[in-house]
Design a binder for this molecule. Structure first.
Ligand SMILES: Nc1nc2c(ncn2[C@@H]2O[C@H](COP(=O)(O)OP(=O)(O)OP(=O)(O)O)[C@@H](O)[C@H]2O)c(=O)[nH]1
Ligand SMILES: [Mg+2]
Length: 452
């Protein structure tokens, strides 16, 4: 996600950070680099200009130039401005209405409205603990209503039964009374795709809005369309009261122009990111975390949240305690491997970590094999409890037994044990807050060779 932009920023920052002192010329050069990076990301010209204008006076402040690490301070200024541009903080959804709380999704054709309706339903069910009903108002595209119905069936979400030939205003009214009967607390209205030039379709959403009176009207916009997405938001806002953006296909967007321009151009906050086709591929948009990701500082908080969603609380707590104590057992390692698997393998985890591009290119070059995770899991499962707690006791004959049990050979066991030893040493360092060395340089070569 947004890797081109990240790479550009990393380039600019690495020369900034290296400079022992800064003069106006160097700052100017860095700002030119940043401007270029933004424009290449398909950010609007206005946004790029304003961004530089905000950063410049701060970066040129005498206290910065004269400080001991001027480069780092400029990086911090850029980070702060980027957070501001992205919208400062996440704006929570508005549930402030008598249930069933109505919300609707609007947007251009194919932007991802129907998929997002189901994603949001699951998300609200899980995180807001609400019962949801989904309703399709797309009576124009053949099979559009069935698409939502089948998403509901697959994912165990209530949908309003379809009545052929009924028009959107009547469907809205029927939905509200059905939700009341079923005890649904939120109704999500999926609408038909429309273009702003289709005036009849645009006035239809206005009509729907006045019937259901939604607390949230989400514009679903395709991240890949860059600054056009921001213009679309501005246009839709002229018709309905948009309260938030869901930016879809962020998973495939290397540039990030839509994410960066959206708030500034339309003055509507991004509330969610669509990051894949599956129902769980949605995440809350946190400006500070995204700025971290874009500037190549990684997004440890999201990573940790994602991990804790997937694993049992108990295991995680134990692992965390062990980490703090600096004692990292095979059992913890197993927990971590399983966690990694759930999070989309090594690649999935790496995409959240700082210094991503560096590590990724290391991995691409080396051709890291994801099946190694399953193999290591099998090996650890072939160990006895005692061995897992204290791998030091695993001598030659034990290694042979474990190799047989896991269908591998002694050399592979040796490799895993060595890898484990390095891991636990690294964990000890990390537990002392010593992550920095790793983030700057990528994975240490000794460990990296072991991971191959
Ligand atoms: N990679 C990726 N694909 C997505 C995302 N969101 C939606 N899609 C895909 O985009 C395609 C269109 O999604 P729909 O939800 O049908 O779009 P829509 O806006 O309802 O389309 P219309 O109703 O025809 O206007 C589907 O193949 C989705 O799987 C996302 O965040 N990432
Ligand atoms: Mg649709």
């Amino acid at each position: 996600m947004f890797e081109n932009l990240t790479n550009k920023f990393e380039e600019v920052f690495s020369s900034l950070k290296k400079a022992p002192s800064l003069d106006e010329k160097q700052v100017d050069e860095a700002l030119r680099g940043i401007r270029q990076a933004l424009l290449e990301a398909d950010v609007t010209l206005d946004v790029a200009k304003q961004f530089i204008e905000n950063v410049k006076p701060k970066a040129l402040g005498q206290e910065i130039i004269r400080s001991t690490s001027p480069g780092q301070m400029v990086v911090k200024i850029v980070y702060d401005e980027l957070v501001k541009l992205l919208g400062e903080k996440n704006e929570d959804i508005n549930l402030n209405a008598v249930p069933p709380v109505p919300m609707m999704l609007v947007g251009l054709q194919g932007s991802g409205k129907t998929t997002t309706t189901a994603k949001l339903a699951k998300f609200f069910e899980k995180n807001k603990k609400k019962k949801i009903m989904m309703v399709s108002l797309d009576v124009y595209r053949p099979a559009a209503q069935e698409q939502l119905k089948s998403l509901g069936e697959q994912n165990n979400i209530l949908t309003l039964p379809i009545i052929e030939g009924q028009l959107p205003p009547d469907i809205c009214r029927r939905a509200i009374s059905a939700a009341n009967l079923n005890g649904a607390e939120i109704i999500l209205f999926d609408t038909a795709g429309r273009t702003q030039i289709d005036l009849q379709m645009m006035s239809e959403i206005k009509q729907i809005e006045s019937i259901i009176n939604p607390t949230e009207t989400f514009l679903v916009a395709d991240s890949l369309t860059g600054q056009v997405a921001a213009e679309v938001a501005k246009e839709f806002k002229n018709t309905v009261n948009l309260t938030g953006i869901v930016l879809t296909r962020a998973d495939g967007d290397a540039r990030g122009g839509a994410a960066v321009s959206m708030k500034y151009v339309s003055n509507v906050p991004i509330k969610f990111l669509g990051i894949g086709e599956k129902i769980e591929n949605i995440e809350v948009f946190h400006p500070d975390r995204i700025a971290n990701r874009i500037l190549g500082m990684g997004d440890i908080v999201s990573l940790v949240e994602k991990a804790s969603q997937d694993l049992s609380e108990e295991n995680l707590k134990k692992t965390e305690e062990n980490l703090k104590k600096g004692s990292f057992s095979m059992e913890d390692y197993l927990t971590q491997l399983r966690q990694m698997k759930k999070m989309g393998g090594i690649e999935g985890v790496m995409s959240f970590l700082p210094g991503v591009s560096k590590i990724k290119s290391q991995m691409d070059q080396a051709g890291v094999d994801e099946s190694i995770i399953s193999q290591n899991e099998a090996i650890i499962l072939s160990m006895t409890k005692k061995e897992r707690e204290n791998p030091k006791i695993i001598d030659g004959s034990r290694r042979k037994r474990i190799a047989n049990g896991s269908g591998t050979d002694v050399a592979t066991i040796n490799k895993l044990l060595k890898q484990f030893k390095m891991m636990s040493e690294m964990m000890k360092k990390m537990s002392k807050g010593n992550l920095k060395g790793m983030t700057d340089k990528g994975i240490p070569p000794e460990l990296f060779n072991q991971l191959k």
